[in-house]
Design a binder for this molecule. Structure first.
Ligand SMILES: *[C@@H]1O[C@H](CO)[C@@H](O)[C@H](O)[C@H]1NC(C)=O
Ligand SMILES: *[C@@H]1O[C@H](CO)[C@@H](O)[C@H](O)[C@H]1NC(C)=O
Ligand SMILES: *[C@@H]1O[C@H](CO)[C@@H](O)[C@H](O)[C@H]1NC(C)=O
Ligand SMILES: *[C@@H]1O[C@H](CO)[C@@H](O)[C@H](O)[C@H]1NC(C)=O
Length: 330
């Protein structure tokens, strides 16, 4: 079989695997599987969505817990101060496709319930953590890009073809002094690669059900909580971001309320106790960083977004295949 006949069908894969969901959650050393969008629901602590595509528009009711989010049937115990990790993947468990924009964590109390039937559409959420651009990085790369880390480019390409989860999780720490009880954690990626235009921001919310133990008494004040939708506006400086690709990178203004005061100063990203698949420096993290260049000046932003990722993968894919086929290209 010729190289070109083999590679040609693969050109179409990126358009199928776009965007994604929370595939795995870790609390301390315990692992929990998420629910694959649209698959038969499994017993999970992560609420299932029905579409890997982003929620668009700050007034969209799906901003609450994601696309048509359903109650999850399980809840698990966590201690105040526990590290939590969230692995985002593409719909086919490929590496998360985006790398521009913040990652945020909100929580809301499920009241007297165990969260499994708690409807959060009117819930009041408080912010517990957020990460934006990597502090001190002169190129202005985002923490979000780090979750695309793979052990090497060959594996990254293989992960993308084989049905195997790729990337590393995003990490946070539960507040150390939080009032015990059942909570939803609303973890969100806001992908900003199209956010130079009004309505371009892509929201990816995901909700996880946990019961926090201990004897803390920390809770938010009434001016630290928001509803979703309600907490954001399409014109917020962190959602409509015309200068997102400026060089030098401007500071980023997170949308939503400040981190609740009881949580303490904005936590820096933490590492956690578990050991996910081997990692290395983020070699593949700049694929969506679409700096304008003469080469791409004539293309629309959407063209750029859709075209750059596949070509990035194809480069590594070609390398893989070239090795696999001993360099025979005809
Ligand atoms: C979203 O809701 C706000 C508040 O009700 C309203 O002012 C705004 O016009 C809405 N935006 C859109 C795009 O509908
Ligand atoms: C929560 O309530 C809203 C508004 O009534 C409804 O649209 C949504 O489907 C409910 N969510 C769940 C998971 O039942
Ligand atoms: C619910 O989660 C707990 C871990 O917190 C696990 O031990 C249990 O097996 C899960 N239940 C189901 C039905 O999956
Ligand atoms: C999250 O923590 C794990 C475990 O320490 C680490 O391997 C991973 O690189 C961290 N994620 C990021 C994005 O830094």
């Amino acid at each position: 079989m010729g190289f070109s006949t083999f590679i040609f069908p693969l050109l179409f894969i990126p358009y199928v695997s776009a965007h994604g969901f929370v595939h795995k959650v870790w609390i301390g050393t315990e692992t929990f599987l998420g629910n694959t969008p649209n698959a038969e629901p499994t017993s999970s602590i992560v609420r299932q969505i029905d579409d890997v595509d982003p929620v668009k528009g700050a007034n969209n009711t799906n901003l609450n817990c994601g696309q048509d989010a359903q109650f999850a049937s399980n809840i698990t115990e966590a201690n105040p101060g526990d590290p939590m990790s969230f692995l985002w993947t593409g719909g086919d468990l490929s590496i998360w496709p985006h790398n521009v924009g913040p990652m945020l964590w909100y929580m809301t109390s499920c009241g007297d319930t165990d969260c499994t039937t708690f409807n959060s559409s009117q819930a009041e959420w408080f912010k517990v953590a957020q990460v934006g651009r990597i502090s001190g990085d002169p190129d202005g790369n985002w923490y979000q890009g780090l979750i695309r880390t793979s052990s090497n480019m060959l594996l990254a390409a293989a992960d993308w073809i084989l049905d195997d989860a790729a990337g590393v999780p995003a990490n946070m720490t539960l507040p150390t002094n939080i009032l015990p009880g059942a909570y939803l954690i609303r973890h969100e990626i806001i992908a900003l690669h199209l956010a130079t235009d009004l309505g371009g921001a892509e929201f990816y919310p995901s909700c996880t059900q946990i019961r926090i133990t201990g004897n803390g008494n920390g809770k938010p004040t009434s001016d630290e909580v928001v509803r979703f939708p309600g907490g954001y506006s399409d014109t917020d400086p962190g959602i409509l971001v015309p200068d997102v690709y400026d060089d030098p990178p401007p500071p980023y203004a997170f949308p939503g309320p400040p981190i609740a005061a009881f949580v303490g100063a904005a936590p820096t990203p933490t590492t956690s106790a578990h050991a996910p698949p081997s990692t290395a420096p983020a070699t593949a993290s700049k694929i969506c960083k679409l700096k304008r260049s003469s080469l791409t000046a004539g293309m629309s932003k959407r063209d750029l977004t859709e075209s750059i990722r596949p070509s990035g993968h194809l480069t590594s894919l070609m390398r893989t295949l070239t090795l696999a086929f001993g360099g025979r290209s005809h």
